[in-house]
Design a protein. Structure first.
Length: 133
């Protein structure tokens, strides 16, 4: 009995594997930007329809009203909690005036609905509510 307990205590624990569905395909829905105005002490928002195509070989492409959200393309990487977008159309180092799909977003994907969000402090948030086509 003691040797069995000793052997069990020294055995390697099994790796717990996290599985998740990578969001790929074509999605459409809405993009919303929410901004807190420190002068008026109120929130303002802007919203537009958006289309997002994603695949692991070619990356992603965004089509939207370019006065509200930049049309762009690039590569992306994903894990169970975040999606990181590398926008090939943006070369700056500061936050762009017109939002681009750029940087790291928290996300939730159930195989059909894709929700992504990115926030900066308490003053600016980008929200994508998309459905797979």
């Amino acid at each position: 009995p003691f040797l069995i307990m000793l052997a069990a205590g020294c055995s390697k624990p099994k790796k717990s594997e996290i599985t998740f569905t990578v969001p790929t395909g074509t999605f459409s829905g809405t993009f919303k930007q929410l901004h807190y105005n420190a002068i008026t002490k109120d929130y303002d928002s802007v919203q537009t329809n958006i289309s997002l195509s994603m695949n692991l070989q070619d990356g992603y492409q965004v089509t939207a009203d370019s006065t509200i959200h930049a049309n762009s393309h690039g590569n992306f990487s994903v894990n169970p909690y975040y999606i990181a977008f590398d926008d090939f159309t943006f070369s700056g180092t500061e936050l762009p005036v017109i939002p681009h799909l750029l940087g790291t977003y928290g996300y939730d994907y159930d195989g059909s609905k894709l929700h992504m969000q990115q926030t900066y402090s308490d003053t600016l948030g980008f929200f994508y509510d998309l459905v797979k086509q």
